[in-house]
Design a protein around this ligand. Sequence first.
Ligand code: ZN
Length: 268
Amino acid sequence: MRFFLVIVLSICSLSAYDAINGKVLLLEFNAEQSLALSKNGLNIPLLPHPTDAAKKIAYIAVSYRQHDPIQLLYTTTQGKQKLPLHITQGAYQKEILAVEPSKVSPPKEAMEQIKQESQEAHKIYQTFTPKRYWTLPYAMPIHSTITSDYGNARIFNNTLQSYHSGTDFRASVGTPILASNDGVVVLSKTRYYAGGSIVIDHGEGIYSVYYHLSSRSLHVGDHVKQGDVVGLSGATGRVTGPHLHFGFMVQDIPVDPLDFIRKVNALF
Ligand SMILES: [Zn+2]
């Protein structure tokens, strides 16, 4: 399965690559010869490899709603190369969910709150912190059964159609939820859809998110270590019952968190 491979790129061996919607493509480059990378004209930073100083890495986040090919432009000491990225649609499942009617058709007075929360979140996720806070592989926030995978097409109350932007874990109310890696807390509040929410900045445009918490243990600005308790699981926000929603944002795009962790941890 090509998309699970970390592709090692060397000069003059680049052609077309495949990516799957909703997944991150993690590329490795020769550090000495690589100068720049862009995705459809947007600069993608070349970052230090966590364990190999001779290499650099780059995250290409592919949106769940991406269908069209992506054009990568790779600049090396030898010149520029175009790398077309073909997008394959993932084999995602469908879910039918019943939630509180107000979480599908929010009352008028909630609309402003929802809009502000969305704007605040995008502003955070579009922020690129140059510092990498972590040195170790990423860890799971809880060891429990997965109840809903990333990418499930969702129909709420037979009306609203959406998709699942993270992975849900079974968690009775009050279960400690752990930080996946080191970072800085950039959001800690109760929100309309996500309920009790913690967002951790891991640096370099990578954020992990923890939703539906019954209580939060951290404040904005707190430095956290992997395994620190971010809060206790709950059933707040738009839910069918208690669980943890765990996700990763890369370049302001929600990607499959377990796929992201598997790929980054393979660098170690
Ligand atoms: Zn979820």
